[in-house]
Design a protein around this ligand. Structure first.
Ligand code: ADP
Ligand code: MG
Length: 240
């Protein structure tokens, strides 16, 4: 589903990604862990072209993102993204937040978009919040709306950038539960997270990044149970 080859990304003189190679298969859940500033968000943002890459190749579902002839908007609709900050439209109802993009981008009717939106809200456990406004929701509920909104575009891939980092601890579980359900349904997912329990339980593969490179990757058992690199060990010692 995703192939990244020798990806480099610089901001001016600062080289943030220094040769990243990795692949994500269909239905695979890859969790990306690593210290702050290691380039995790930049990597995700390159995957849906929120950042232009400096060098290297990214192929998403057969589309070479670095091909200038590519219709990037078409590829972008295949990729859903959920951020630490929920970025909901504050003046729109929950239902509108979920139904809006499909109506505008996919040009489906209002009735159909709203019917789908209601189904997605039910899926994330918020069927009763369709008419609420974001400010009336808890952080966990907002993030579940943001997930429903991303799913409304029927993406083939979901990218999550620390989706639970802004939440009060007691609200983290409800969001991780929704993400786990998605994983079980076979969604292809790349999840940047500090939730090591989630990475261990739900991740098919764990990627450890530090200093703009992938230091080590493997199954959760390999990374958590028997890390090879001293940098991985050191990081895990600090967070576990
Ligand atoms: P992480 O998500 O692992 O914490 P980031 O990808 O956000 O790391 O950032 C990696 C490095 O790139 C940091 O040093 C950060 O300051 C820098 N960086 C990120 N975005 C920009 C930008 N738009 N302009 C300049 N530097 C940036
Ligand atoms: Mg980040």
């Amino acid at each position: 589903m995703i192939t990244v080859k020798d990806l480099h990304k610089s901001f001016g003189d600062l080289e943030v990604l220094r040769g990243i190679d990795y692949e994500v298969a269909e239905s695979e859940v890859v969790c990306v862990i690593g210290p702050s500033g290691s380039g995790k968000s930049t990597l995700l943002r390159c995957l849906n072209q929120l950042e232009e890459v400096t060098a290297g190749t990214i192929i998403v579902d057969g589309n070479d993102l670095t091909d200038p002839k590519l219709d990037i908007n078409a590829v972008r609709t295949e990729i859903g993204m959920v951020f630490q900050q929920f970025n909901l439209f504050p003046h729109k109802s929950v239902l509108d937040n979920v139904a809006l993009a499909p109506r505008r981008v996919r040009r489906i009717s209002r009735a159909q978009a709203e019917e789908r939106a209601r189904a997605l809200l039910a899926k994330v456990g918020l069927a009763d919040k369709a008419d609420a406004y974001p400010e009336q929701l808890s952080g966990g509920q907002k993030q579940r709306v943001a997930i429903a909104r991303a799913l409304a575009m029927e993406p083939k891939i979901m990218l999550f950038d620390e989706p639970t980092s802004a939440l009060d601890p007691e609200l983290v579980g409800e969001v991780l539960e929704v993400m786990k359900d998605l994983a079980i349904e076979g969604m292809t997912m790349v999840v940047v997270t500090h939730e090591m329990g989630f990475a261990r339980e739900v991740g098919d593969r764990v990627v450890f990044m530090d200093g703009g490179v992938i230091v080590e990757e493997g199954t959760p058992d390999e990374i958590f149970g028997n890390p090879q690199s001293p940098r991985t060990k050191d990081f895990l010692d600090k967070v576990l």
